[in-house]
Design a protein around this ligand. Sequence first.
Ligand code: PLP
Length: 363
Amino acid sequence: MTITSQALAHVANISPYVPGKPVSELQRELGLTHITKLASNENPLGVSEKVTQAAQAALKDLGRYPDGNAFYLRSAIAEFTGRDITEVMVGNGSNELLEFVGRVFAGPGDEIIFSQYAFAVYGITAQIVGATPVEVAAKDYGHDLDAMAKAITPKTKVIYLANPNNPTGSFFSADQLHAFMAKVPKSVVVVYDEAYLEYVERDDAPSGLALLDAYPNSIVTRTFSKAYGLAALRVGYLLAHADVVGLLNRIRAPFNVNTLSQVCAVAALADQDFVNASVALNTTERTKMVDHLTRMGFEPLASEGNFICVDMKTHAATLHQQLLHLGVIVRPVANYGLANFLRISIGTPEENQHLITALSQVI
Ligand SMILES: *Cc1c(COP(=O)(O)O)cnc(C)c1O
C-alpha cells in the first residue's frame, strides 16, 4: 500500500489548473530574450503609477502582519460599489473566494452547476469539495442559461456564472440573467463572476449590484488581476449579503490578503483613469486583432473581454509550440475541449504585432 492511495479519491482525481506559461520559464527553456506573453489576460499596461508609489511606501511595514480585516481596502470597495462594508470580503485572488463559496455551501452528494467551456476553477472547486460537477453543454460557446436552469435538482447547491466568460469571451445580457434567476430556487447560491466587468461596453450588460439587491442568494466576485493590473498580487473581492459574508469568513485564513496587496488594491481602485485608459486600449486593439486574424483565415469568437478565443482551423497544439519558439506565449485551451482554439490576450500594439508577425511566419 502506498501513501498516495490513502488520499481522498475526489482530490486524487483532480486535473490541476494549467496556468499560462511564465515569461521566465520560456526564457529558461529556449534562451529567448524578446518574449511577448499574451496568455493570462493580464493588463499589458502593467500598473498605475499610483500603485507603484503606494507599494514603495508600504515596504517599511513588511515586518508586521497585515490588517486581517483589510479595513481600508474593504472600506474603499464598499465606497466604490455603494455597498456596506459588511457585504464586502477580499480574497487571495477572486479564485480563493470562488473556492470559499464551494467549501461553505457544497459537499459530497451535492451538485455544483457550471457551463461547458466556463472558467476551469468552477469544476475544480466542485471536485475539491467532493461535490458532483454538473457541466451543462454550451450554446454558441457561451452559457446556455435555459439548459442550466433545467439542470437544477434538489441536490444543486451552487451555480457559477462567468460574464464575460473565460476562455471563450461569451456574454449574456441583463434580461437573460434575470430570466434565469427567476427560475433558480432561493436555496441555491448563484455566483456571478465579473472578472472582466470593466471591459464590457454594452448597454444590455447585467449589473452584479442589481443582482445582489434582487436576489439574497446571489454572490458577485470581482478581481484586481485583470483591468486593474495587479495579477502578481493575488487580490479580488466578493460582494454578498452580510450574513453570507459572515459564513464565508469562517473558513478564511486570518491574513489571506497580504499588506502589499491591500495597499496596492486601494491605490488601484482610486485610479479609475488608469482603468479607463486600459479599457480603451483593449477595445481598439481587440478590434484590430480580430480583423487581422480574420483576414488570415482564422475565426475569432466574439469577445467582451481582454482576450479572444480563436478557431485556428487546425489542431492548435503545434501552432502553440511554433509560436513559443518565436517568443510568443498564447494559451492552448485543449483542456477545455477546444483543441482547435487558442486563447489570445490583447496586448499593447507592439505585442499584438509580434503575435501577428510570428503567426504569419508559421502558417
Ligand atoms: C482571471 C479570472 C478570475 C480571477 O482570477 P484571480 O486572479 O484569482 O482574481 C476569475 N474568474 C475568471 C472567469 C477569470 O478569468
